[in-house]
Design a protein around this ligand. Structure first.
Ligand code: TYD
Ligand code: MG
Length: 452
């Protein structure tokens, strides 16, 4: 009997070793190396090798002689997804969709399959056909050309594909797939790699786009090897807060488009709804008479988004004042408070400060700094900020109000939503004149304090 061939793989980065060791030399993580069985067998191809054309040798071609083909993209019924992908699914491409459990990956993919006006095959290794049917009933969409297959073996999937001939293939999830070529258990690095390689081969040979769902580990990365992200054409991340209805579809890698575009959805009882104007939803519950609330303009990808910041400043009960930020970087909040203390004479050292970005979203954009400072000042003085005022600027360490990119787009969005005044940095270069909104320029944080 042939000797069973094994190798050791880092479960974090996918590096391969001939023998076990405690630390991975590549990603430096400890205790992540595990043995996996590799057994050579005849690899099941999506097509029999006998029917394959003999391998022809590729010859180099001058780049000027290559004919550009305008690849006809496959438009799904989901406009947000089309935009994030850069204009629809590219034939023969592999899209990896990652996200935390329960965030709505299966729902999104089933919705795409159900709303499409082309043939789709939804392969699930996680749920039974009855469970998928129950979900489909909730989504209330009909596509007579949507087929469901509960299978995990790639050879069996490929043989079913030949009968169904789908235009789009969805795999839920890559971690449940297994191939006969490798002995290792499903979900292991070598299985995930081998199955993805077979799917790439299938996608490229038949020009069928494949959407692969991938689990993410506790660090927020797609479980299994980083290699998976290198193999596929597009990596999308589906994220959001379980306690809120908003879900954001973000692109981390896209060979056929920009990674700036974002898709925003709302999770309703009958599936995911596209949100075309998120600012209106995020601001709808705003009460103008409350202190500690400020509106800031941030960018989510290439789209301006108005968000509401809430601050609560109260006397500290304990010796060490508490600082807590939800949806905003706590270190940045501390820095802004230090700037306020130094430049504006606020004795915030004896105060607890709580900050919250409403809607359950997380914002890293420094452009909301001025909004954060305004909310903190408003709560400290217990004075509400006038309605229809918003902020868009970064605050520097010496209290200077710094310019931010895409300022014209942000002002235009604020104007569109009926805001009458926007505070920005004096150093911003504006391309347009604004009639519907007053643009107020600030150069130092002290000027903001005087307004209050
Ligand atoms: P699911 O797609 O199963 O998540 P994932 O595949 O990423 O693990 O999403 C399940 C969650 O979505 C579940 O908590 C219920 C919720 N949901 C709705 O709110 N409305 C719906 O119409 C559906 C189908 C699910
Ligand atoms: Mg799922």
């Amino acid at each position: 009997m042939a000797k069973v061939k094994t190798a050791f793989f880092c479960q974090n980065c996918g590096n391969q070793y001939p023998k076990w060791q405690g630390q991975c030399a590549a990603c430096k993580s400890w205790n992540t190396i595990a043995e996996e069985v590799l057994q050579k067998a005849e690899a099941p191809k999506w097509q029999d090798s006998s029917t394959l054309a003999p391998r022809t040798m590729a010859a180099p071609v001058a780049i000027k002689d290559i004919q550009p083909t305008s690849e006809a993209r496959l438009l799904t019924a989901d406009n947000e997804l089309n935009r994030v992908l850069g204009g629809g699914l590219v034939p023969g491409s592999l899209v990896l969709l990652g996200g935390e459990p329960g965030i709505g990956k299966s729902t999104l993919c089933l919705q795409i399959a159900l709303c499409a006006n082309f043939r789709t095959l939804y392969v699930s290794g996680e749920e039974s056909s009855q469970q998928i049917k129950m979900r489909a009933d909730r989504l209330q969409h009909q596509n007579p050309n949507c087929f469901v297959l509960t299978e995990t073996n790639t050879a069996a999937i490929f043989s079913q594909i030949k009968t169904v001939q789908p235009n789009v293939l969805v795999i839920d999830s890559v971690q449940t797939l297994c191939t006969d070529a490798i002995e290792a258990s499903a979900g292991s690095i070598s299985q995930v790699k081998a199955c993805t390689a077979e799917l790439i081969q299938f996608a490229k040979a038949t020009n069928t786009p494949v959407i692969l769902i991938g689990h993410i580990n506790k660090d927020g990365q797609i479980a299994g090897p980083k290699i998976l992200e290198h193999m596929v054409d597009t990596v999308l991340q589906f994220e959001g807060d379980h306690n809120h209805v908003f879900r954001i579809l973000r692109s981390h890698k896209n060979r056929f488009g920009s990674t700036n575009a974002l898709g925003i959805y709302e999770m309703l009882s009958n599936g995911l709804r596209e949100v075309s104007n998120p600012s209106e939803l995020l601001l709808s519950e705003k009460d103008d008479s409350l202190s500690g609330n400020a509106v800031a303009v941030t960018m989510e990808g290439t789209r301006p988004l108005l968000i509401e910041i809430q601050a609560l400043v109260s006397s500290a009960v304990y010796g060490t004042p508490q600082r807590s930020a939800t949806g905003f970087n706590a270190k940045r909040l501390n820095m802004l408070l230090a700037v306020l203390e130094k430049r504006a004479g606020f004795r915030l050292g004896a105060k607890d400060v709580f900050l919250n970005i409403t809607g359950g979203i997380h914002v890293d954009d420094p452009a909301i700094d001025l909004g954060v400072v305004a909310a903190v000042l408003s709560s400290t003085n217990d004075e509400a900020i006038a309605p229809n005022v918003c902020f868009a600027a970064e605050v520097g360490l010496s209290g200077e109000i710094r310019p931010i990119p895409r300022i014209d787009q942000r002002i235009a969005e604020a104007e569109k939503l009926g805001f009458q005044t926007i505070y920005i940095s004096k150093y911003c270069k504006l391309e347009h004149e604004y009639k519907g909104i007053r643009v107020k320029l600030l150069s130092k944080i002290e000027e903001l304090v005087q307004i209050h």
